[in-house]
Design a binder for this molecule. Structure first.
Ligand code: BG6
Length: 472
């Protein structure tokens, strides 16, 4: 039995919500924007592309007015690199700068703190054509892009996120199309890309601190606790290996400026050690994040895996399904319910994850994504009864509070997503937002905005600073 009242959420807690540029903006080729890898990616024919998305580019004022009505204290969005630099580098597109200036000013007008992701999966296609992250020149392009962002928006943006889910881009590079499946050793290419991203991220953190002494910057991977499928020692070991590869590699590099030893040995076995140039590790060491942002959807359950043929797990089967003969294999967790898209729901796992990250790095934590994708139904009278989403978020917020009580320094919670947007792989029908966007996969209808039941619920949560989580 608890014998003391739970610690409250801090007074300045960043109650927020998230989106990303290619998923929400649309206007994919307007006002000088260059194509990104997401614009040219192949789509399964049953889902829409990102060309119009939620048309936020043209409706940002209306959207931000709704975010203000919701009571958001923070809005986490990403800047489209190819809107600023259509070619990835070189000439700046002034109209791109203007758009984000307007967006940031509009947020400020409503007292909403902008939390900016500098790069969220949408590498400029012009850079991809030159080798993307495999090419070291992309590091310079990213640093130059970072400098441009700091120069133009640094007077108003205090929170910066370097790279969204670098770990997902590497772990699922073959699915996300960032690596050629037919390469001689795709893993070697992926971990070379990964190393270049580490250096780029470190350079951006160093630059941010030099240019903007009051700003805060951090990485934004997808982190989750990893459970062993059984107490059998081999399963526990496999879970540990997987967690190093999925989680700690990324945060050890960002925070301590070093490679995780378990991962290094794995890379040796896979002949996938990246080429590290003189000075790279010194740059990683010099860079220090001010906080850790992370996305959390669920945990992973893993067991030992004997050498055998790999089955082709898809991300949608289980958000982080993964297997590696001789190392580990993902399993469903029989204790957890699933969303209609098969993603396991594990609120307690969020508390475990928060504790694990905090104990390891002792930095303030910001949750930048957490949410439930579902096929919401617009009912008569413009009503969306998304009680399942309320239930999901309520249980996760409860665990945030318990983690705060455990001593974790949690500074904010930004669920995915502020408004309906196009899912990375499964179209617009897989909705996450507090605000419904009236369109279907291929019928744009009127794109009108309709607050869902979860909107009114979250508004009450924010107004009560997390004290009132009831759904009535
Ligand atoms: C995260 C990404 O991986 O998960 C988002 O940062 C993404 O871009 C979100 O949309 C949900 O995944 P999905 O595949 O359901 O869109």
């Amino acid at each position: 039995m608890r014998n003391h009242p739970l610690k409250p959420f801090p007074k300045d807690f960043l109650w927020g919500a998230s989106t990303s540029a290619y998923q929400v903006e649309g206007a994919w080729n307007e006002d000088g924007k260059g194509p990104s890898v997401m614009d040219v990616a192949e789509h399964p024919k049953e889902v829409t592309d990102f060309k119009v998305a939620s048309d936020h580019y043209h409706r940002y004022k209306e959207d931000i007015a709704l975010f203000a009505e919701l009571g958001l204290k923070a809005y986490r969005f990403s800047i489209s690199w190819s809107r600023i630099f259509p070619e990835g580098t070189g000439e700046v597109n002034q109209k791109g700068i203007d758009f984000y200036n307007n967006l940031i000013n509009e947020l400020k007008k409503h007292h909403i703190e902008p939390v900016v992701t500098m790069y969220h999966f949408d590498l400029p296609y012009a850079l991809q054509k030159k080798g993307g992250w495999l090419n070291r020149e992309t590091i310079d392009a990213y640093e130059n892009y970072a400098k441009t962002l700091f120069e133009n928006f640094g007077d108003r943006v205090k929170y910066w996120l370097t790279i969204n889910e670098q770990n997902v881009m590497i772990l699922f590079g073959e699915l996300l199309g960032t690596v050629d499946r037919n390469a001689e050793n795709p893993k070697k290419e992926l971990y070379q890309q990964n190393h270049h991203m580490f250096v780029a991220q470190a350079k951006a953190m160093i630059l941010c601190h030099r240019m903007l002494p009051d700003a805060k910057i951090g990485p934004a991977p997808n982190i989750s606790a990893v459970y062993p499928i059984s107490p059998q020692p081999e399963d526990v070991l496999a879970a540990h290996t997987f967690s190093s590869l999925r989680n700690w590699l990324y945060l050890d590099a960002a925070v301590f400026g070093r490679y995780n030893s378990t991962v290094w040995s794995y890379l040796e076995k896979k002949q996938a050690i990246p080429e590290i140039q003189d000075g790279d590790m010194a740059i990683l060491k010099e860079a220090k994040p001010d906080f850790i942002a992370f996305n959390y959807y669920s945990t992973m359950t893993v067991g030992a895996n004997l050498p055998q043929k790999v089955s082709n797990n898809k991300r949608e089967d289980q958000q982080m399904a993964f297997e590696e003969p001789g190392f580990f294999k993902g399993h469903p967790n029989p204790n957890l319910p699933k969303t209609e898209y098969g993603w396991e729901i594990d609120p307690v796992g969020l508390r475990t994850t928060l504790r694990e990250i905090y104990e390891r790095y002792h930095l303030p934590l910001l949750i930048t994504e957490n949410g439930l994708g579902a096929q919401d139904r617009l009912e008569e009278g413009d009503v969306v009864n998304d009680d399942y989403r309320i239930d999901y978020l309520q249980k996760h917020i409860e665990q945030c509070r318990l983690a705060l009580d455990d001593g974790v320094e949690l500074i904010g919670y930004c669920p995915w997503s502020a408004i309906d947007l196009v899912s990375t792989h499964q179209g617009i029908s897989k909705r996450y937002g507090f605000i419904y966007v009236n369109r279907d996969e291929f019928d744009l209808k009127d794109l009108r905005r309709i607050p869902k039941k979860s909107f009114y619920w979250y508004k009450k949560v924010i107004a009560s600073n997390g004290e009132d989580l009831a759904n009535e």
